[in-house]
Structures are given as structure tokens and as C-alpha cells.
Design a protein around this ligand. Structure first.
Ligand SMILES: NC(=O)c1ccc[n+]([C@@H]2O[C@H](COP(=O)([O-])OP(=O)(O)OC[C@H]3O[C@@H](n4cnc5c(N)ncnc54)[C@H](OP(=O)(O)O)[C@@H]3O)[C@@H](O)[C@H]2O)c1
Length: 301
């Protein structure tokens, strides 16, 4: 067992994809794993799986876009556990569109979850983290921050915002010994991107692998154990991220030169979107959204 036995690890977005795999993995190390998301059924399934494998887990259904719900959530965790040793923030919404046809309701909703949710959770959980032993916050960023492809304006903006939060918070909390870590994965095979990946607006250039969520979870776990501040997954994409921060136009050139008919395919997508219908976003089965006017585009064909 690692030094994480009996540590309280709270995972926001713990019911699916990377968050779920992280919950399963941390629980094998003897952590008290708290899974946070909206959908009760998926939370329960994950918790049941952890318990069936002998791990300790508990579900906490909450919509992190609601500051009141997050305060309640933090109070509930305080009364049951008194502290959080490691907080992993991995809740997200994904949305791709040409900027001209962007559905601003959807883009704002992604910002609500990916950025404002992180702000809500950080504010309410900080007293719990101060009580914790490991004093660690992990934000899951995205390779689309340093390497932003076309159609990623809405999603990448949320992750740029999250990076701003992490970089500032890191300095604010350092004197207290609280560590703020950022994990930056490339594409990962999860429900988040399944309607988009390899389709019109999400074509991958050569050399960009699609990761399994379990591999990403392992890197998150390793980063927490080794207290690494910034980790790109896979590791070999680290050089690409550093180069792209320094020379953003390299990303553009790489796409243009390596993806066949790149410029033509961008234009085709934009034309397609001009004729796309929109439908009303169904309220989440567990929580009725406060912003019921949000709309979503049809899934990618
Ligand atoms: N998949 C990728 O290619 C990729 C690449 C780079 C970075 N990332 C990042 O990795 C993290 C995990 O992504 P993933 O791919 O594992 O996504 P995922 O499988 O779709 O999981 C997202 C999780 O967030 C929860 N969530 C969404 N909205 C919420 C809300 N309002 N309140 C509480 N929980 C909410 C979801 O549960 P409910 O819907 O039940 O609430 C779910 O547990 C995200 O930050 C994502 O941006 C993903």
C-alpha cells in the first residue's frame, strides 16, 4: 500500500471516465474515496464496484454548478469525515462548434461546469483541505490548452480559465503547504467525447494517441504520490505542450501539414453547421437545471 491508506480522497466527476477509474484505483490503495457527480445511478454503480473489491467508498450526489449544493456537500463531508486529504476536480462538459455558429447557451454551460464548478468546489472545500494531511488539489486540464485545434473555442476556453484558476491558486496556497497540481491529458476514450472523436470537427493528426481512462487515472495517482505540479499525459506529449506554449503557430502548421485536406475539411464543417438544427437540452435525470433555456446541437454524424 502507498502512503494514501485511510486518506480521504474526494473525486468530483467520480461516476464516469477518468474520475471513475481514478476512484477505483485510489480505493485499491486503502483510501476513503468520496465520489461526487449528479447522476445517482452511475455513482452507486461505481461505489458498489469499489466496495465489491474490498475498498471504501461513498457517493455524494450534487450539481457542482450550484454554490448552495456545493456548500451543503462540503458540510455533509465535514460532519462525516472532518477533512479532505486529496481533492480531484474532473467534472466537465464538452462542446465543439465553429465560433460563428456557437450555441452560447451550451458554451456557457460548459464554462459553468468546467470553470465555475471548480471555483465553487475550491471555495467550499478549502477548509476541509486545510484539515487534511496531504493537502492536495488536482485539476484535470486538457491538451487543448497548449494545442488548441479549430472548433475547440468553447471547450478550450473553459480549460484556459481553469488553468488561470490553478496557477493563481497555487501561489495563494503555497504558504499554507497546500499543493495545487494540474494534469493535462490528450484525448481519452470516455463518454465525454464519444460523440465527437474522429468525426468532422475532431480529427486527430498523426502521433496523437487516444488514451484509455485507466492509463490517465494511473498518471493522476502517480502525480499525487510524487507530488508533481504539472503532468502531461501521455508523458511524451509533454514536449509538444511546452513547444506549443512557446510557439502557438506550430500547432496550426502541424495540423495543416499533417492532416490531409485540413483547410478543406474546416470549410466543410463550417458549411455543415450553417444548416444544423438545434434541440432543447433535456434536464438532467437527477437535477433539473436552473438554466432550462440551454440548447444543444445534434450529435456529430
Ligand atoms: N475525455 C477526454 O478526451 C479528456 C481529455 C482531456 C481532459 N479531459 C478532462 O478530464 C476530466 C474527466 O473527463 P472524462 O472524459 O472522464 O468525462 P466523463 O466521462 O464525461 O465524466 C464527467 C464527469 O463529470 C460529472 N459532471 C458533469 N457535470 C456535472 C455537474 N454539473 N455536477 C457534478 N458532476 C458533473 C459527470 O457525472 P454526471 O453527469 O452524472 O453529473 C461525470 O462523472 C474532465 O475535466 C475533462 O475535461 C478529458
Amino acid at each position: 500500500m502507498s502512503g494514501l491508506a485511510n486518506q480521504v480522497v474526494a473525486i468530483v466527476g467520480g461516476s464516469s471516465g477518468i474520475g471513475r477509474e481514478s476512484a477505483l484505483l485510489f480505493a485499491t490503495q486503502g483510501t476513503q474515496t468520496l465520489l461526487i457527480a449528479r447522476g445517482r445511478e452511475r455513482l452507486r454503480e461505481s461505489v458498489d464496484e469499489i466496495r465489491a473489491n474490498g475498498g471504501k467508498a461513498q457517493e455524494f450526489p450534487a450539481d457542482i454548478t450550484s454554490p448552495d449544493e456545493v456548500i451543503q456537500l462540503a458540510n455533509q463531508i465535514r460532519s462525516q469525515f472532518g477533512r479532505v486529504d486529496v481533492l480531484i476536480y474532473g467534472a466537465a462538459e464538452f462542446y465543439l462548434s465553429p465560433v460563428e455558429m456557437m450555441d452560447c447557451g451550451l458554451a456557457k454551460h460548459a464554462m459553468e461546469v468546467n470553470y465555475w464548478g471548480a471555483v465553487n468546489v475550491t471555495k467550499s472545500f478549502l477548509p476541509l483541505i486545510r484539515n487534511g494531511e496531504r493537502k492536495t488539489i488536482v485539476f484535470i486540464s486538457s491538451l487543448s490548452v497548449p494545442c488548441t485545434p479549430p472548433f475547440f473555442a468553447a471547450y478550450a476556453a473553459t480549460k484556459h480559465a481553469l488553468r488561470g484558476l490553478a496557477l493563481s491558486l497555487r501561489q495563494e496556497l503555497k504558504p499554507e503547504g497546500i499543493r495545487v497540481q494540474m494534469i493535462t491529458p490528450g484525448p481519452v476514450d470516455t463518454p465525454l467525447i464519444e460523440n465527437y472523436l474522429h468525426r468532422g470537427m475532431y480529427r486527430l493528426p498523426p502521433g496523437i494517441p487516444v488514451l484509455q481512462p485507466r492509463i490517465t487515472a494511473k498518471q493522476i495517482y502517480k502525480a499525487v504520490i510524487q507530488r508533481k505540479q504539472d503532468v502531461v499525459v501521455p508523458k511524451r506529449m509533454g514536449w509538444a505542450a511546452r513547444l506549443a506554449y512557446a510557439f502557438p503557430s506550430l500547432v496550426e502548421s502541424y495540423y495543416r501539414l499533417s492532416v490531409p485536406d485540413w483547410s478543406q475539411s474546416i470549410q466543410t464543417q463550417i458549411e455543415k453547421h450553417k444548416h444544423r438544427k438545434h434541440r432543447t437540452l433535456e434536464p438532467h435525470p437527477t437535477f433539473v437545471q436552473s438554466n432550462s433555456t440551454v440548447t444543444t446541437s445534434e450529435p456529430e454524424e
